[in-house]
Design a protein around this ligand. Structure first.
Ligand code: IVH
Length: 688
C-alpha cells in the first residue's frame, strides 16, 4: 500500500466517523475546522491521485444520511453546499475561475453580495399558494428529514407569506440557529438537571430541530435567517407587489417583504477589494454578534449570471464561503520538548508539523504541565488538535487516538532536568514540576532574560543568544556577574563586535540607575509582576523594608491595595532562600541600591502628594520600648513610608521616637532641639 493510499484510507475512516457522529448521532466529535482541514487534505490527495477515490469517500457525497424517526423527503431542488476559501489568495482564485467561466477579461469587476455565513443548520422551506407546507433538513442534499411541525414553532419563519398573489410554490432556504445567550441558558438548565451538555449552538440547534416533540422545540428559542429564494420560472407578481427579483440583493428584499427575517449585515460589493474589506470588517465584527458565524458568503449578484456560471458537482460556481482563519487544526506531533523556566518550572511543549492557525504558522504549543500531559494521553507520533485563538498562546486541545501509529509509546515528563540533570520535584498541591537546582543554567538564563527585559532593567543589546553564550561559557553565574563583564571579553563572543560590546557595557552601567520598582520587578519574585512591583516599591522604600515586612509583618504587605496573602508568602519564601540573599548581596556589591533613590522620591512627589510616601526624606531614631510596636516593626513601618531609621541622633535627625526607659538618645534629642514623638505621634505621622 502506498503512503498516499494509507493516508487516504485513514482520512476517510476518520471523516466518515465524524460525519456519522454529527449527522446521525447528533453528537459531534470533531471541531469544524479540524474536519475542514482533514477533508481538504483528502481532497488534495484525491486530486493529485484520482485512483485513490473510492465511492465511500466523503468527498463523493454532499452531507449526512437522514436518521430514523422522521420521514425522509426528497428536496424539490437539491441543497448544495458552498466551496470554501481559507485565504484571500483562494478567494482571488475563485474569482478568476468565475470570470473565466463567464468569459470575462481577468480583473473585470462584477457586483457581488456579501452575507454573513451563519453557523447554524440549513432548512428548506416549501410554500404552496403562500402557505408553509413543508420544512426539511438538508440531509444529504438530495433527501432530508421532514420536520415541518418543529419548524412551525419558529417565530421568525412565516407560516403564510405576506404576498398577495403568491406563486403556486416557493422554495426558501435559510439557516436555523440558536443565539449564544439562549444556548447558554439551555446548557445551564441541562447542567442543573444533570443532562449532557450541547457542544455548541449549532449542535444544540440540530438536536432541537430533530426533537420528536414540537413543544420542546417551541421552548428552545430558535431563530431563522432566510438567504435563498427559488421561484417558479414563469411567475410574475401582482401589480402593486415587489417586482420579481433579478439579483440576489433583490431576492433578499423580496424575502424580507414576504415576512422573513433576513440578516441585516449584508452588503452590495462592487469588486474584489470591497469583498476583502467586508470580510475583514466581519472577521472582527462577528464578536459583537449575538449568534455564531463562521465566515462570510460572497454571491454573484446578478441571478442570470448565476445561471450562466452554474454549478460544480456539489456547489455553485457563483458563490464562495470565505472562512475565518481556523483557530483549531490537526497536526502531527514530531517531538515532546521540555522548557525550564526561570522559576525552574518544567513545561512540556509539543513540537509538530507547522500548520496555519488564526493567521500565523504554528509549530509549537504548550502542554502546560504533567497533569495536562497525562490527561491528553499523548503518544509518540500522535495526531493532535492545536488551538490558537487571536493573541492566545497556542495549545494542544486534544489528541486523535484513532490516528495513533500502532505500538506508539506514551509520553511523559522526564524525571531529571533536561538542562542540568538534577532530579525534578513536584510539591504536593502544585501543578508545576520543577528543577530546584538554583544554579541550573536554564533557570539562570531565564533570570537573566527577565532582568534585562523591557519592564525590568531594560538593557539593550543583551539578547537570548548572547545570554546563552555567557551562561554556557560560565562567564556569568549570577545576575550580578553581568556587571563585571568587560568589553574585551564581550567582543570575543559570537556575533559581537567591539562597538556593540562597548555599548553593552555602557547600557549595563546605566541600568543601575533604573528606578527601584524596576529593580524589584527584575528580581523575578514569583507573583511580583510589574504592577505589584510598583505597588510594593511605593509602599516599601527599600529591599530591607520589604524584607522585614515580609518576615515579620506580612499584614502590612497584604494591606496594600491589590496585594494578597499569596504575594506576601511568596516574598517570605523568596527572602528565606539563601541563593536569593546571595543575589541581593551581589547586586549591592556592584552598586545597586535596591531602594528608592532621591529621584524616585522626587518623581513620586511630582506624581502627586498622595503618591509620595508620607515620611520621604525624613530620618528617625528609635529609643526605649514602645507600647505596641517592636523596634523592628517600627523601623519597617517608617521605611515602608519612605523614611530612614538611624542609630544615632544628630542635627539632621527629623524625629526621635521614644518609649519607656528611653536613655541617652532622648536627652541628646532634647539637647539638639530634635522633635520627640511617642508611638501615637509616630502613628499619626504614618497616616497618609
Ligand atoms: S448560500 C447553494 N448563504 O453554509 C448555496 N449559505 O457551508 C446555498 N450558510 O449549506 C448556500 N449562511 O447551510 C448561503 N448566507 C448564507 C449562509 C449559508 C450559512 C450555510 C448553509 C450552507 C453552508 C455551506
Amino acid at each position: 500500500m502506498s503512503s498516499g493510499q494509507a493516508r487516504a484510507e485513514e482520512l476517510r475512516r476518520l471523516l466518515n466517523r465524524a460525519a456519522h457522529a454529527y449527522y446521525v448521532l447528533d453528537a459531534p466529535e470533531m471541531e469544524d475546522a479540524v474536519y475542514d482541514r482533514l477533508y481538504r487534505e483528502l481532497l488534495e490527495l484525491e486530486t493529485a491521485q484520482p485512483e485513490l477515490i473510492t465511492s465511500d469517500s466523503p468527498t463523493q457525497r454532499v452531507g449526512g444520511a437522514p436518521a430514523d424517526g422522521f420521514q425522509s423527503v426528497e428536496h424539490r431542488i437539491g441543497l448544495l453546499s458552498l466551496d470554501n476559501a481559507f485565504s484571500l489568495e483562494e478567494l482571488e482564485a475563485w474569482y478568476a475561475r468565475l470570470l473565466k467561466v463567464l468569459d470575462r477579461e481577468p480583473g473585470t469587476p462584477l457586483a457581488m453580495v456579501g452575507e454573513l455565513k451563519i453557523d447554524g443548520n440549513a432548512l428548506a422551506l416549501s410554500y404552496e399558494h403562500g402557505l408553509l407546507v413543508r420544512a426539511a433538513t438538508r440531509g444529504d442534499g438530495e433527501r432530508g428529514e421532514e420536520i415541518t411541525a418543529n419548524v412551525r414553532t419558529i417565530r421568525t419563519v412565516p407560516k403564510r407569506l405576506l404576498i398577495q398573489h403568491p406563486p403556486a410554490w416557493v422554495e426558501v432556504r435559510g439557516e436555523a440557529l440558536i443565539p449564544d445567550a439562549t444556548f447558554a441558558a439551555i446548557n445551564a438548565e441541562r447542567e442543573a438537571r444533570g443532562e449532557a451538555l450541547f457542544a455548541n449552538p449549532r449542535n444544540a440547534c440540530a438536536g432541537t430541530l430533530r426533537q420528536l416533540d414540537p413543544r420542546v422545540v417551541a421552548a428552545r428559542g430558535l431563530d431563522f435567517f432566510a438567504y435563498t429564494l427559488h421561484l417558479p420560472e414563469d411567475w410574475q407578481p401582482g401589480p402593486d407587489e415587489p417586482p420579481r427579483p433579478t439579483t440576489q440583493a433583490e431576492a433578499l428584499e423580496w424575502l424580507q417583504a414576504a415576512g422573513f427575517k433576513v440578516n441585516p449585515n449584508r452588503q452590495l460589493l462592487p469588486d474584489l477589494a470591497a469583498v476583502e474589506a467586508f470580510f475583514s470588517r466581519w472577521d472582527t465584527g462577528r464578536r459583537q454578534l449575538a449568534y455564531a458565524t463562521d465566515g462570510v458568503v460572497v454571491k454573484l449578484n446578478d441571478l442570470r449570471l448565476q445561471d450562466t456560471a452554474g454549478f460544480t458537482q456539489k456547489a455553485p460556481r457563483w458563490a464562495i464561503a470565505l472562512k475565518y482563519a481556523a483557530e483549531e487544526a490537526p497536526s502531527k506531533l514530531l517531538r515532546l520538548a521540555c522548557q525550564v523556566g526561570r522559576t525552574g518550572a518544567v513545561t512540556p511543549v509539543a513540537e509538530f508539523e507547522p500548520v496555519p492557525l488564526a493567521g500565523t504558522s504554528v509549530s509549537r504549543a504548550t502542554l502546560h504541565n504533567a497533569d495536562r500531559l497525562a490527561e491528553l494521553d499523548l503518544h509518540a507520533g500522535d495526531t493532535i488538535v492545536v488551538r490558537k485563538a487571536g493573541e492566545i498562546i497556542p495549545e494542544v486541545v486534544r489528541v486523535l487516538p484513532d490516528l495513533r501509529p500502532a505500538g506508539a509509546t506514551r509520553l511523559e515528563l522526564p524525571r531529571v532536568c533536561p538542562e542540568c540533570g538534577s532530579g525534578l520535584v513536584r510539591e504536593e498541591g502544585e501543578a508545576a514540576t520543577r528543577c530546584v537546582n538554583s544554579s541550573c543554567p536554564a533557570i539562570l538564563r531565564g533570570a537573566l532574560r527577565h532582568w534585562v527585559s523591557k519592564g525590568a532593567l531594560d538593557v539593550d543589546g543583551l539578547g537570548a543568544k548572547l545570554i546563552e553564550q555567557l551562561v554556557d561559557k560560565r562567564h556569568v553565574k549570577s545576575i550580578a556577574d553581568l556587571y563585571g563583564l568587560d568589553a574585551v571579553l564581550l567582543a570575543s563572543l559570537e556575533r559581537m563586535g567591539a562597538k556593540s560590546a562597548e555599548n553593552l557595557v555602557t547600557a549595563l552601567a546605566a541600568s543601575k540607575a533604573q528606578p527601584w520598582h524596576r529593580q524589584l520587578y527584575g528580581l523575578g519574585i514569583h507573583h511580583v509582576g510589574e504592577v505589584n512591583a510598583k505597588a510594593l516599591a511605593k509602599a516599601f522604600a527599600s529591599i530591607e523594608a520589604l524584607e522585614s515586612a515580609a518576615r515579620e509583618t506580612p499584614e502590612w504587605i497584604t494591606g496594600i491595595h491589590g496585594i494578597g496573602m499569596e504575594i506576601a508568602q511568596s516574598l517570605q519564601q523568596w527572602f528565606a532562600t539563601p541563593a536569593n540573599q546571595q543575589l541581593l548581596e551581589g547586586l549591592k556589591k556592584v552598586g545597586f541600591s535596591l531602594a528608592a533613590s532621591p529621584e524616585d522620591l522626587a518623581a513620586a512627589d511630582a506624581a502627586g502628594a498622595d503618591a509620595a510616601p508620607p515620611l520621604a526624606g525624613q530620618t528617625f531614631v528609635l529609643t526605649g520600648t514602645l507600647p505596641n510596636l517592636s523596634r523592628s516593626q517600627a523601623q519597617a513601618l517608617i521605611e515602608a513610608a519612605g523614611g530612614k531609621v538611624s542609630g544615632s541622633v544628630s542635627k539632621k535627625t527629623s524625629y526621635v521616637v521614644a518609649g519607656a526607659e528611653a536613655g541617652s538618645k532622648l536627652s541628646k534629642a532634647e539637647a539638639l532641639g530634635v522633635a520627640v514623638l511617642d508611638e501615637a505621634g509616630l502613628q499619626e505621622l504614618l497616616e497618609p
